[in-house]
Design a protein around this ligand. Structure first.
Ligand SMILES: Cc1cc2nc3c(=O)[nH]c(=O)nc-3n(C[C@H](O)[C@H](O)[C@H](O)COP(=O)(O)O)c2cc1C
Length: 178
């Protein structure tokens, strides 16, 4: 059975067509449904469709060159005031699980992108200092908001082929030794 998990592939080539706002909203709804440590849900999303802004983002990372051709770029950001107990309040920094929270929301969004017949690619942003700073400055993010990952998305220019990456050698039942 091919559900969205098995259909999803990174898509970096897009048709020059906009994506309907309702689709973007459903993608965001999926992101909001991700599991989150202590149910903190420390995510915030910045949706960018403007040509100039997408070009600026492409200039911030050598691995973000597809952004201008994407219909939209969604920046998935963490609110450290919500996601990091150690931020400002002196709580336990070992309980700062916002990177994992955000990763879960990014994957949820990518799966919904697949469901919508769209394609997208995950662009790792944090912890690259230069690209995080460039993005935060350009979009005037408050100090407690961290751009963790960006998603470039749009209508795919070509179909992706299915694959099977299951590797039983990487699965350890009960103990590490075979
Ligand atoms: C944390 C993370 C960061 C990534 N950063 C980038 C990136 O900056 N640019 C890019 O083109 N792809 C990026 N990718 C996508 C990977 O290259 C892609 O997932 C991988 O090659 C596997 O291909 P698939 O997504 O089609 O299964 C990233 C993926 C993850 C999970």
């Amino acid at each position: 059975m091919m559900n969205a998990i098995f259909k999803r592939r990174s898509v970096r080539d897009f048709l020059p067509a906009p994506v309907e706002k309702e689709k973007i909203e459903r993608i965001l709804r999926a992101a909001f449904e991700a599991p989150s440590a202590h149910n903190r849900r420390p995510w915030e999303f910045l949706v960018v469709t403007g040509k100039e802004k997408k070009e600026a983002i492409a200039g911030m990372s050598p691995w973000a060159k597809m952004c201008p051709s994407a219909a939209a770029v969604i920046a998935c950001c963490a609110d450290l005031k919500k996601g990091d107990p150690g931020y400002e309040t002196g709580g336990d920094p070992e309980d700062a699980l916002w990177e994992q929270d955000l990763a879960a929301s990014v994957e949820n969004a990518l799966l919904q992108i697949t469901e919508e017949g769209l394609g997208g690619v995950w662009l790792g942003w944090y912890p690259g200092k230069a690209r995080v700073n460039a993005f935060s400055e350009y979009f005037h993010l408050p100090a407690h908001i961290v751009p963790v990952a960006l998603i470039a998305l749009g209508y795919p220019a070509k179909e992706s082929s299915p694959r099977d990456r299951y590797d039983p050698q990487k699965v350890h039942w009960e103990s590490w030794e075979p």
